[in-house]
Design a protein around this ligand. Structure first.
Ligand code: FEO
Ligand code: CA
Ligand code: CA
Ligand code: CA
Length: 657
């Protein structure tokens, strides 16, 4: 057996590769076109905590009226370019503490984490998963700033999950075999954690290790399917002949929150877990091919199929529903979870479409109508929004339960003149008919990427997180980078740099500030990257427009209630062009002056991702994902562990102010 040493490198280099071979719409033709806290009886308070600004006096202060230069008030942190840097650095007057790490106890009775990674897969089912990513703090209505539930995504796993790394045996037929207990531990380390946290008598945030709300959702957990694909033949497998229950959620990257107080986990690079070994079948199955499901001997990185046959999506006519050929169809969805109802199965909401889905971020209109914005993070994929048919009703929780089961999915087209249009992905419209490969409305949802190709959406530089300004509803998206730009898909106004190494942040304003509008205006907020030097030696594709501290590859993105835009990065700091930018970081930007200031620098080898606040914004949690060296985790041990970090101010003030 051999160990896959370069697992993470392989993921980094291949996860986001282009699968979209269509050459559309950035072509010149277009360039020329012009909860639930009802539990505690406190719905209103719970909602105001989720969307503080929309319900606070601040909502009436349009950001233009905020006194300039008052938004960002902390001392910038120096970039770090040293590969032995293994701490989180924050501004003077701030404190960063490791709070929740891979292997920490989640379920009551969980065994202690062992530094040699010898915990079993059964232990892992009770402990925190790996690679903390998107997360959200849900306050308890009666003490919103003292007690809450933290929901944390565990995106994928690192080889450090096992004492011996990840073991693979190569078979003569090209397949690979994994030790069964490794596969099971990896499945158990995916998914989500829900943990109760509270402020103790000394004002310190702590985990409540015996809480009845604590919960692990893993690659084994049952999910209900709702919306148009519930019970659909294309969701049925040999293990689930009714097509109504899916085991597991995988690759939960960023997320979203609903106005009714539920959490939306999003399934991003699900394609890496599956294989289809039948070339001919693969070629004719867009719901595999267009999503990059592996073709060949084994799934791309995991080879879980050697232990769990459902990850082998090769048709097997000897079995009901052709074996597990439909299993990949059961991933790529938005997963809705009510953190305050640990007894309820989470739900996969198929009306919202199937993507390599990074996030699902809500913009709530004055009339309760909404949009949920999603990035599909792969090179040349699209930006989407889902508009539910019905409006949110703050006082009608029963009505809100299934709002995500019907609505319209749109993909974005960006025109060179700064206008834009949301293109509906509606079955029966031109391009989306049976003659064009879309048999019915369900087929459009199952192959949302193909539908967006057909209507001429704009291929983007890897759309990651979306953030909606709390006062203006202006929406921002990180386009993290795209080294393929200029090859299959030419540069365009929204994706202006060939071989885009550093990425950009783009923003748009819906017509009439209405989240459901089909027209918008857009501009580029910032091109990330370096500053040109005196002798103009930096290639144009690396030169950015940052006013302030340099960064590369923006990924995480969120607004606080005052309208500060927080940017988290996922760049490869070992690249030669990163020598002035250094390790991954969190920065703060002023949407009006566009000033960018660096707030946090992470340990070498880590991505900084995931961000959430206590409602008073005096505590902020940020994730350090896959640190390459000895970042001290919540128990002070030294094996590198993905960790949620708590940041507070020594004087107890609001973060960033
Ligand atoms: Fe998991 Fe697109 O980041
Ligand atoms: Ca990540
Ligand atoms: Ca991400
Ligand atoms: Ca990323």
């Amino acid at each position: 057996m051999k160990q896959n040493q370069s697992f993470h490198d392989a993921l980094e280099s291949l996860d986001d590769k282009s699968i979209n071979t269509s050459r559309q719409p950035s072509l010149n033709q277009l360039v020329n076109e012009g909860r639930r806290n009802l539990l505690k009886g406190g719905a209103a308070l719970a909602i105001s905590s989720l969307f503080p600004s929309l319900f606070s006096p601040l909502a009436h202060a349009i950001s233009a009226n905020i006194e300039r230069n008052s938004l960002i008030n902390f001392q910038s942190v120096e970039a770090v370019t040293s590969s032995d840097f293994d701490i989180v650095s924050v501004p003077p007057g701030y404190r960063a503490q490791a709070f929740f790490s891979w292997g920490d106890s989640v379920m009551p009775g969980a065994p202690a984490w062992r530094e040699d990674a010898s915990n079993t897969w059964q232990d892992q089912l009770l402990q925190a998963g790996d690679n903390n990513d998107g997360m959200h703090f849900f306050p308890f209505a009666e003490a919103p700033n003292e007690r809450g539930l933290l929901v944390v995504n565990h995106e994928y796993v690192n080889p450090t999950l096992h004492p011996e790394g990840m073991l693979f045996t190569d078979n003569p037929d090209g397949s690979r075999t994994r030790p069964a207990d490794q596969v099971r531990k990896e499945l158990a380390a995916h998914g989500l954690s829900v943990i109760e946290i509270h402020k103790n008598a000394d004002g310190q945030w702590q985990r409540v290790t015996d809480s009845g709300f604590n919960r692990r959702i893993t690659g084994f957990s049952p999910f209900r399917i709702s919306g148009p694909l519930a019970g659909d033949p294309r969701m049925k497998t040999a293990s689930d002949p009714e097509g109504d229950e899916i085991l597991g959620t995988l690759n939960n990257c960023s997320m979203g929150v609903t106005p009714w107080g539920t959490y939306l986990a999003c399934e991003e690079n699900f394609h890496n877990y599956f294989v289809n070994r039948d070339k001919k079948d693969y070629a004719n199955r867009p719901e595999h091919k267009r999503y990059g499901i592996g073709l060949g001997g084994s799934s791309r990185y995991y080879a879980w199929e050697s232990t769990e046959p459902r990850f082998d999506a090769t048709p097997d006519p000897s079995q009901a529903h052709d074996g597990h050929v439909n299993e990949p169809n059961r991933f790529g969805w938005v997963v809705e979870l009510d953190p305050f109802a640990p007894e309820k199965s989470p739900v996969k909401r198929t009306a919202m479409g199937r993507l390599g889905r990074e996030c699902a971020v809500c913009s709530l209109g004055d009339d309760g109508r909404m949009a949920f914005y999603s990035g599909d993070d792969a090179r040349g994929e699209y930006l989407y929004k889902f508009v539910p048919d019905q409006a949110y009703r703050p006082t009608d929780q029963a009505h809100n339960q299934n709002l995500l089961d019907s609505g319209t999915l749109y993909a974005a087209r960006f025109m060179a003149d700064g206008s834009g249009r949301w293109l509906p992905l509606r079955f029966g419209d031109p391009g989306l008919t049976p003659a064009e490969g879309f048999a019915d409305a369900q087929a459009v949802l199952l192959n949302s990427r193909g539908a967006a190709d057909a209507v001429g959406a704009t291929p983007m530089d890897r759309p990651e997180w979306v953030a909606v300004h709390p006062h203006t509803r202006e929406a921002y998206v990180t386009l993290t980078n795209n080294t393929d730009r200029g090859k299959q898909q030419p540069v365009d106004a929204a994706n202006p740099r060939e071989q885009n190494l550093h990425g950009q942040i783009l923003r748009w304003r819906e017509a009439r500030r209405d989240p459901t509008a089909v027209e918008f205006e857009w501009d580029i907020f910032v091109l990330a990257g370096e500053r040109q030097d005196a002798d103009h030696s930096i290639p144009a594709n690396r030169v950015g427009t940052i006013k302030g501290d340099l960064f590369s590859s923006p990924d995480g993105l969120a607004f606080d209630s005052a309208g500060r835009l927080w940017i988290l990065t996922d760049a490869d700091e070992t690249a030669p062009y990163m020598n002035k930018i250094g390790s991954n970081q969190m920065l703060c930007a002023d949407p009006i002056s566009r000033e960018v200031r660096r707030f946090l620098v992470g340990p070498w080898g880590a991505e900084i991702t995931g961000i959430t606040w206590s409602p008073d914004e005096k505590a902020i949690w940020v994730n350090v994902q896959h640190p390459g060296i000895s970042y001290p985790a919540s128990d002070g041990h030294s094996r590198p562990r993905s960790t949620t970090v708590l940041i507070t101010r020594e004087d107890g003030g609001v973060i960033g102010s």
